[in-house]
Design a protein around this ligand. Sequence first.
Ligand code: SF4
Ligand code: SF4
Length: 345
Amino acid sequence: MLKVLAKSELGQFLDKLKQEFRVVAPVRRQYGKKERVEYHPVENSEEIILDSQPDTPPKKFFLPQNERLGDELEGETDLEEGEKETLIFGVRSCDLKAVEILKPVFLDDDFTDTYFQKKLEKTVMFGLGCSSRQENCFCDSLEINPLEGKNVPVNMYDDGEKIWFAVRDKELEKFFADLPDGDAEELEEKKGKWQEEFEKTAITLDLPLPFPELKTFEAPFWHKVSANCLGCGVCTYYCPTCFCFGFFWEKHPEGIDRWRTWDSCMFPLFTKHGGGHNPRETQKQRTRQRIMHKFSYHPQNFDGVPACSGCGRCISQCPVNIDLRVILRTVEKYLKEEEGVKSSG
Ligand code: SF4
Ligand code: SF4
């Protein structure tokens, strides 16, 4: 089913969805003087921003930054029974892929993270095909199609005036029944033009995945690529695929609550042992860990898939302009040179 909606009618359409779902979409939010576009429950359709990538990914809806895991003994989740399902409206291919990257980590057969699982089960995502490249994104270099989200019941396209909905789920068709049909050829023509623009600005990365572990670990460039790093952890906090967390216990008059909270391999204390020893004492070691985890250890464990969806947020948000694409190019060049030395030797 292909349907179209004039953007001026988005409010009425969302009202219909809100009868069944808690609707979340990218909206502009103010934090002091700083403005951010992030996924948030929608009050007014005019606040929705579909023409640029949200600053933060939707990860927080399955893996909240601070999550109460219940009291010390019971471990119940805060998710209320009977709570409406969350519908995340307009999730781009990079963030959809990121959820696919997180799934095998949290939903492993031997260990299922029920907190993540319950939240994900209560979430429906409408994909949003990108019509232009964002400043720093490179999902297409990692074999992700920016125009076509995978594993979603509905894929949307925003051409500036209209929103197109490719509906793939019979149960959701009732929400779209009153909308006019879309012309498939017209949409394909638009997608063809957007695709051409992506192809013009694509960067080619020829990365062996997983990165050969020892050779890359011992490479000489890690000091150089991490020299400016402040260890602030911003890159990991904005990343849709980073999932490290820590636990803490909070005592209050009624008992003790267990919490988990995001952590970051870029923090100096992340690996510090109780006895004072820190196996990753330097920022060079921590940067290497972040990159090796994403491009060597993760693909080793998960069928060659890197723990990066090319969203570019770590690049856009880094306060000292450290660019993951530059690091990846450095790795690529080094491994090619090493390969050349080996074959000529
Ligand atoms: S955001 Fe930049 S400076 Fe901060 S930890 Fe990440 S790479 Fe280092
Ligand atoms: S590592 Fe950077 S580009 Fe890759 S998914 Fe995380 S934030 Fe996006």
